[in-house]
Design a protein around this ligand. Structure first.
Ligand SMILES: [Zn+2]
Length: 97
């Protein structure tokens, strides 16, 4: 699903969904920086308020699973969990689209 969104996002070919979500997160951080947001541990402070995580497979969740090999992962698909600035799957799809 996200594969079809990748060219729209970056105007370049990305090899996988992980890179796409990583790049999106970086872009969101950059926007927050430009908006003058305060940061803590490299993440905008207001992202901690909602404590919402997302993964490359467009799952949105409030608690992750700790994995020894992969760090914090999605409880649905075990992909890397990212603290993110959206609160619903619909919002994430909209922002990525
Ligand atoms: Zn997932």
């Amino acid at each position: 699903m996200i594969d079809s969104l990748i060219p729209k996002l970056h105007n370049m070919v990305l090899t996988d969904k992980y890179e796409a979500i990583e790049k999106w997160i970086l872009e969101q951080k950059e926007l927050a920086k430009q908006a003058g947001s305060e940061f803590f541990m490299g993440i905008p402070m207001n992202w901690y308020e909602t404590t919402t995580f997302c993964c490359e497979n467009l799952h949105v969740f409030s608690s992750y699973i700790k994995s020894e090999e992969k760090g914090n992962v999605c409880p649905c698909c075990y992909a890397t969990a990212w603290l993110c600035p959206v609160t619903t799957t619909e919002e994430l799809k909209l922002k990525l689209g």
